[in-house]
Design a protein. Structure first.
Ligand code: KG4
Ligand code: ZN
Length: 347
């Protein structure tokens, strides 16, 4: 069975993992994630600092993943590495390291699209999270709604017109004086918040929406963000209002994500819905979605926080699929800041 070493350096996590398996029968042998805390000081990821930190940590992180997985580099059949999308300097550290290891040891390199990694992540923990399914991928940089007919056959139904869902959480966190990255802080604050005090309209959702409409599956969060900013500015006592504003924001954002996801599951008659990306850690999102999905006879699968946020196990998993299809890169492999997810078919 192929042994895959995964490497992920697209943003501010240096991660390596080893998986073992064929098809959907996969075992995760190890997963090491080193988060770069330094960006907290700046309130966001500083690309140059991220690249330098990856350079310092990549060797020990990969060595530790191999050790914990009980394997030697010589046993590895393929090295899967995130080559797009992300911060190009950060991506280049992983790509160059993977190519060097591959060249030195005669191991093939498999380029992986970061979002395809997120799409595969949940299947590492839930054996039923396999196609066909509807998936909502919500991270700091992307918001994508896809119909997954099979691995490698994706219909892109909707994406965000402006901010990504995670980005909206992070910006609202900043407005509320919470640390970066703010998603989980907004979630815990919202838990104490009165849901009736600040009601924001769920973006891009109207009763008159019908399949075939341009924005039937589309997302937009910048209007909601402005509404939150106005509420913060208009508050006479932000210490009193903070949790209720967080709650109102989260309720509106979740309502929009849930509504669009259910539209997709209904339209394509899917009985499985898979969440992925850092915002999939949000339990308000997964529980509201699970509750509403039951009404259409669908089950929701959400990854644990470790696999929802950036990690190399998901890159190894997507890489195994691409490896089994013989999709290997030459030594001219480059990193790309943006690139469409592979395997797109007409919606
Ligand atoms: O997938 P990810 O680790 O990195 C990217 O590829 O962007 O996602 C990070 C994003 C951040 O915006 C973070 O605030 C958000 O996921 N996030 C959350 C939660 N945990 C992480 N958003 C909402 N609720 C959470 N519990
Ligand atoms: Zn990600």
């Amino acid at each position: 069975m192929p042994l895959i070493l995964g490497i992920e350096t697209s943003c501010d996590e240096t991660s390596a993992a080893v998986i073992d398996g064929t098809g959907d029968n996969v075992e995760q042998r190890s997963l090491v994630i080193l988060s770069q805390d330094i960006h907290r000081v700046f309130g966001g990821v500083v690309p140059e600092i991220a690249s330098r930190a990856h350079l310092t940590s990549i060797v020990p992180v990969v060595e530790r993943a191999l050790n914990e997985g009980g394997v030697k580099l010589e046993d590895i059949d393929a090295i899967a590495v995130t080559s797009a999308p992300g911060l190009v300097g950060a991506l280049l550290v992983g790509v160059c390291y993977a190519k060097s290891l591959g060249f030195a040891k005669g191991i093939r390199v498999v380029p992986v699209h970061h979002m395809e990694g997120h799409l595969f992540a949940t299947s590492l923990e839930h054996e039923s999270a396999v196609p066909p399914f509807t998936t909502l991928l919500v991270s700091g940089g992307h918001t994508m709604l896809l119909d997954v007919e099979a691995w490698g056959r994706y219909r892109l139904l909707g994406a965000t017109r402006d901010d990504a869902a995670g980005e909206a959480f992070d910006k609202v966190a900043k407005m509320l004086g919470l640390p970066y990255p703010g998603g989980r802080h907004v979630e815990s604050l919202a838990r104490e918040g009165d849901p009736t005090r600040f009601r924001f309209k769920p973006p891009m959702v109207r009763r008159s929406d019908a399949p075939g409409d341009d924005d039937y599956y589309a997302f937009s969060f910048s209007g909601l963000k402005t509404a939150v900013l106005n509420a913060v500015r208009g508050s006479s006592d932000i210490d009193v209002d903070r949790s209720a504003i967080a709650r109102g924001f989260q309720d509106a954002l979740v309502a929009s994500l849930v509504e669009k996801t259910l539209r997709a599951a209904r339209e394509y008659s899917r009985t499985r819905i898979v969440l992925g990306g850092g915002v999939a850690c949000n339990t308000a999102l997964s529980s509201v979605l699970a509750e509403r999905a039951l009404q259409i006879g669908a089950n929701v699968f959400a990854p644990s926080p470790r696999l929802a946020t950036d990690n190399a196990a998901m890159i190894a998993r997507a890489g195994l699929f691409r490896h089994e299809r013989g999709e290997h890169a030459g030594f001219d492999l480059n990193a790309h800041a943006s690139q469409p997810i592979p395997g797109l078919i007409a919606a």
